[in-house]
Write a protein that binds this ligand. Structure first.
Ligand code: NAD
Length: 270
């Protein structure tokens, strides 16, 4: 497995398991299996209603807490709640969170950002994250913050590679973490001819080619799954390297198009 150093010196695993739309009992089993296979990054959120299950999986896994990187998210209803970080820690059953995101640039997100900065100073969180923030939101944060964010978790996959956003994040070394990295399992994306060709060439699956592409693009990646075979396959991507030419071929499938538009996403989650 490989790691990335964030702009505050904290090291984060390049791949983790995502838990969106995964019910508690499945999340508990899947996260435990993932940790026992070697995963060291788990992504959850207040909105997913499975933070307690993720916390139980961490305890049951037998893996030391300090080896595991836990990311979770505050929902806009949390942004003006002084106890929101403490409540997340309680749901997880942990005494610190490795990376805490503001889930959406909605509501009073500047108040939310101040909560994260306070928790960061107190050592309750080790890194500050924003999610679904666009360039204009990031400029606002940068103009008003004490600590710059470490990660922006956004929709990102070979059909939508976030070129515009990266013009704002890369100069500040704010890392992109890809959600919907496999297009939420979209068969059209996964079965694009280029991935089938490269899967044959490297003796890997199409999904493994896509996940390796994310990492070689410099993105952190958190494929979601409750299927043990997929969880295993998604982690088995560290024994090959895509050539520059093959990375360039993957660029040709870019449609510059998201599955979910920002406004849809905010409405959808309210
Ligand atoms: P994804 O692109 O990771 O796709 C997940 C789906 O792909 C699974 O349900 C499964 O059906 C399929 N899949 C997984 N592994 C596969 C494999 N090896 N072969 C074939 N199919 C496979 O989408 P996701 O889970 O929604 O996104 C990843 C994670 O990102 C989430 O679990 C969550 O943690 C996070 N997320 C964050 C936001 C946000 O607003 N911050 C939004 C959506 C998701």
């Amino acid at each position: 497995m490989s790691y990335t150093e964030l702009n505050n010196g904290v090291k984060i695993p390049n791949i983790g398991i995502g838990t969106y739309l995964i019910k508690s009992e499945d999340a508990e089993r899947s996260v435990k299996q993932a940790l026992q296979m070697g995963y060291r990054l788990v992504d959850t959120a207040h909105l997913y209603f499975n933070e307690e299950a993720v916390g139980r999986a961490i305890k049951e896994s037998g893996v030391k807490r300090e080896e595991i990187f836990v990311s979770t998210k505050l929902w806009p209803c949390d942004f003006e709640n002084e106890n929101a970080v403490e409540e997340s820690l309680q749901r997880l059953g942990l005494d610190y969170i490795d990376l805490l995101f503001l889930h959406q640039p909605a509501g009073n997100y500047m108040a939310g950002y101040k909560l994260l900065e306070k928790a960061y100073k107190e050592g309750k969180i080790k890194a500050i994250g924003i999610s679904n923030f666009e360039g204009k939101h990031i400029e606002e944060i940068l103009a008003n913050c004490e600590y710059i964010p470490q990660v922006n978790q956004v929709e990102c996959h070979p059909y939508y590679t976030q070129e515009e956003l990266r013009k704002v994040t890369e100069p500040k070394n704010i890392k992109i973490m890809s959600w919907f990295p496999l297009g939420q399992g979209d068969a059209k994306l996964i079965n694009e001819t280029i991935f089938t060709e490269l899967a044959k060439k490297y003796n890997k699956t199409n999904a493994q080619i896509i996940l390796k592409w994310h990492i070689q693009m410099g993105f952190l990646v958190i494929p979601g799954s409750k299927n043990v075979d997929h969880i295993r396959d998604n982690f088995n991507i560290f024994d090959f390297e895509l050539t520059k030419e093959d990375m360039a071929k993957i660029e040709t499938v870019n449609k510059h198009k998201k599955y979910l538009r920002g406004e849809t996403l905010i409405k959808y989650f309210h």
